[in-house]
Design a protein around this ligand. Structure first.
Ligand code: NAP
Length: 315
């Protein structure tokens, strides 16, 4: 007979792995489906110094490796498959991937979000080597360096204020001549002596041999190009790309309720609008997207899935 899992977790970043850990400890028959390999966004983060207790070897990949080991020790199954189809409304839920079909009494969606990329030449190659998408994670590494923040929304401007506590100077590069950010946040940035602006400008290319050394900017009105080169003594500078995020929730559109930006709406117990379907981590509508909040969501979702199964399957 085809196996029906207690819980299928879609996504294996910190939220999915934490859900797996709690579900495994609750002796639920659990499967984690990972698209490529375990880890989510943090495997591209060199150092994570803000996850409580993670002091020794605090790199993204090592933290994930420890989480995976912990999950495996509780007998949780993990499979690599990209889910392409879902049927979540029935009591037994079905998710289908390229490699198979998986049945479950409950499903936890932990598919995460991805920072929107600029699409500039050199951007991908230099990610984690001067190009960052997370100020909370990386600002401290740019203590006394020059930093360029790309974007003009709340995130770009608010994070520039935060980065200015570390960096020697922060320059916001925005593609238009006015910011999208809330006026109150703008005012703080305009008043900050360490923050400068470059308007009507986009990033054409980021260059460097293993570390960001220069960046070619293009003025969108005049077409003029300018190369920003690292200060000779520093040899490098930081680029924070803050042009929005894309939740990885396309598959669930029309089935699970989400906000107009595609973040899944969950209550404090991670319940979605569909009973037996829970959400955890960065794909959820929430105010702080960090490893610590993702693992917390994961724990709650698994415990709620356990209660849901007890109540609905009489176990
Ligand atoms: P956002 O509001 O979508 O802003 C993205 C910014 O990046 C915009 O200024 C946009 O330029 C620019 N941009 C987009 N694609 C670009 C590209 N390819 N190249 C260069 N620039 C590009 O994203 P966000 O700032 O991350 O904010 C997301 C949501 O969270 C918003 O609703 C925001 O209000 C909210 N948020 C709120 C707070 C707060 O209330 N404290 C803090 C953070 C975020 P244009 O302006 O020209 O479109």
């Amino acid at each position: 007979m085809e196996k029906t899992y207690d819980v299928v977790i879609i996504g294996s970043g910190p939220a999915g792995l934490s859900a797996g850990l709690y579900a495994g400890r609750a002796r639920l028959n659990t499967l984690i489906l990972e698209k490529e390999k375990a880890g989510g966004q943090i495997v591209t983060t060199e150092e994570i110094e803000n996850y409580p207790g993670s002091i020794e070897d605090p790199t993204g990949p090592k933290l994930i490796a420890r989480m995976v080991e912990q999950v495996d020790s509780f007998g949780v199954e993990r499979k690599t498959d990209e889910i392409k189809e879902i049927n979540l409304e029935d009591k037994i839920k079905v998710v289908k991937g390229d490699k198979g079909e998986y049945k479950a009494k409950s499903v936890i969606v932990a598919t995460g979000a991805k920072p929107r990329l600029l699409g500039a030449k050199g951007e991908k190659e230099l990610t984690g080597k001067g190009v960052s998408y997370c100020a909370t994670c990386d600002a401290a590494f740019f203590q006394d360096f020059d930093v360029y923040v790309i974007g003009g929304g709340d995130t770009a401007v608010e994070e520039s204020l935060f980065i200015s506590k570390f960096a020697r100077k922060v320059t916001i590069v925005h593609r238009r001549d006015e910011l999208r950010a809330a006026k109150s946040i703008q005012e703080k940035a305009f008043k900050n002596d360490k923050i400068d602006f470059i308007w009507n400008t986009e990033v054409k290319e980021i260059k460097g041999d293993g570390i960001v050394e220069s960046m070619i900017l293009r003025n969108r009105e005049t077409g003029e190009e300018k190369e920003i080169v690292a200060n000779e003594e520093d040899g490098m500078f930081g680029i924070f790309v803050m042009v929005g995020y894309i939740p990885q929730t396309e598959l669930f559109k029309g089935t699970i309720d989400m906000d107009d930006r595609g973040y899944i709406i969950g209550d404090e117990n991670m319940n979605t609008n569909i009973s037996g379907v829970f959400v955890a981590g960065d794909c959820r509508k929430k105010s702080l997207r960090q490893v610590v909040t993702a693992t917390s969501d994961g724990a709650i979702s698994a415990i709620q899935a356990e209660k849901y199964i007890e109540n609905n399957f009489g176990e």
